[in-house]
Design a protein around this ligand. Structure first.
Ligand SMILES: *[C@@H]1O[C@H](CO)[C@@H](O)[C@H](O)[C@H]1NC(C)=O
Ligand SMILES: *[C@@H]1O[C@H](CO)[C@@H](O)[C@H](O)[C@H]1NC(C)=O
Ligand SMILES: *[C@@H]1O[C@H](CO)[C@@H](O)[C@H](O)[C@H]1NC(C)=O
Ligand SMILES: *[C@@H]1O[C@H](CO)[C@@H](O)[C@H](O)[C@H]1NC(C)=O
Length: 364
């Protein structure tokens, strides 16, 4: 009898443990919710109710073994039925409470596309040892990226694009040895790209466009073996393109448009793995390298608004493909080469040069 009472008591205590999450996790979530204001017609936070924050709390999920909160996934745009009344998009104001840092088993924080969430990234976020994903894209977050962000050794995704973040790219960022996806686009970051950026060996996308970055492209970038997409457009970057960028194994998009990059175009770039190459609106000079060949395959190649001189090299006709070409607004001169891949191009690809001639411009 005594043992039956004991077992019953044990089962009861187990079931109550199963049906509530750790009270401190729940309290941290309630504190997070308290300073975020969702649109009335959405009602996400109405589901944050009851003692079990691991069960049916919209955007919250827990590790099934530890029953600790592991993921916060709140997106302002979603196909989820809860968004139906709001036409699949929401606007949220408020800020991200530092109490989020008490959820010390968090693996991902996605609070994205709410347009109106302001305030800083809580600096204590760098105390979350298991954090893999930090995605705050599309809000109004201000302040700086925490200087010790490099402590997040498991971080694979850092996306704070489309916010109002100021300050510099922290030097410690190069310690994020697991980082695969870095998106800082459309903020107000200034200063230079860390010289040892190439330490980020796992990086496959580095998107830094539309900031106020200065200095030159670090030579070490070309050591990032997995880098497929490098976007530095619309900054104030100067100096030359490091020669070895054209030798990178899998680089396929290189957007450097709208900077102050000077020097000549490295010949390696035009017979590389790159398929989208935008060098528009810089200060490139010299001639277009005469090194096109079967490896040259461009869906888009834009050299417009530079100071390029000389002819369009004949070898360009040996490129396998050039979908979109823009050489306009330079100082090019001479015959436009004949044959594929030129047959489909229009005059706009060649206008505003010194003396280019031949199809599709006027005859020489
Ligand atoms: C919590 O859920 C219960 C049961 O679904 C409901 O009656 C109650 O109104 C909810 N409370 C809040 C604050 O949403
Ligand atoms: C962005 O931050 C700057 C400086 O803190 C501020 O002056 C500006 O109003 C902010 N812009 C927006 C859109 O919040
Ligand atoms: C990067 O990590 C190393 C080793 O943990 C540390 O000594 C160094 O100070 C860190 N660098 C930065 C800039 O934080
Ligand atoms: C290259 O960048 C410029 C902006 O500087 C943009 O207008 C143009 O469309 C881009 N070219 C391609 C092919 O995407």
């Amino acid at each position: 009898m005594g043992s039956l009472i004991f077992i019953t008591a044990l089962l009861l205590s187990m079931s109550s443990a199963v049906y509530s999450c750790l009270p401190s996790d729940r309290a941290a979530l309630m504190a997070l919710r308290a300073v975020l204001h969702e649109p009335h017609h959405l009602g996400i936070f109405n589901s944050w109710n009851g003692t079990d924050c691991c069960h049916n709390w919209f955007g919250v999920s827990c590790d099934p073994t530890t029953r600790r909160v592991a993921d916060i996934n709140l997106r302002g745009e979603s196909e989820d039925p809860i968004y139906e009344k709001a036409h699949r998009t929401g606007f949220m104001t408020g800020y991200i409470s530092p109490s989020i840092c008490r959820l010390n088993r968090l693996s991902s924080i996605i609070i994205a596309d709410w347009k109106g969430i302001s305030g800083p990234i809580p600096p204590c976020i760098t105390n979350l040892p298991f954090l893999r994903i930090l995605d705050l894209i599309g809000n109004k977050i201000s302040g700086e990226i925490p200087a010790d962000i490099g402590r997040l050794s498991r971080l694979t995704v850092l996306n704070v694009a489309d916010n109002n973040i100021t300050g510099t790219i922290p030097r410690s960022i190069t310690n994020l040895s697991s980082l695969m996806h870095l998106d800082l686009r459309n903020n107000q970051l200034s200063g230079t790209i860390p010289r040892n950026f190439g330490k980020l060996r796992m990086l496959s996308r580095a998107l830094l466009s539309r900031n106020r970055l200065t200095g030159s492209i670090p030579v070490s970038v070309s050591y990032i073996y997995r880098l497929a997409d490098l976007d530095l457009s619309f900054n104030q970057i100067s100096g030359p393109i490091p020669e070895n960028i054209g030798k990178m194994a899998v680089l396929s998009t290189l957007n450097l448009d709208g900077n102050r990059i000077s020097g000549t175009i490295p010949p390696t770039l035009i017979a590389s793995s790159i398929t989208i190459l935008n060098l528009s609106r810089n200060a490139f000079e010299g001639t277009i390298p005469d090194g096109f060949g079967p490896r040259s395959y461009f869906t888009a190649m834009d050299f417009s608004y530079n100071r390029l001189t000389g002819p369009i090299p004949k070898s360009i006709t040996s490129a396998t493909y050039i979908g979109h070409l823009d050489l306009s607004h330079n100082h090019l001169c001479g015959h436009i080469p004949v044959g594929s891949p030129f047959d489909h191009l229009e005059a706009s690809s060649f206008v505003y040069n010194d003396c280019l001639c031949g199809k599709p411009l006027k005859a020489c």
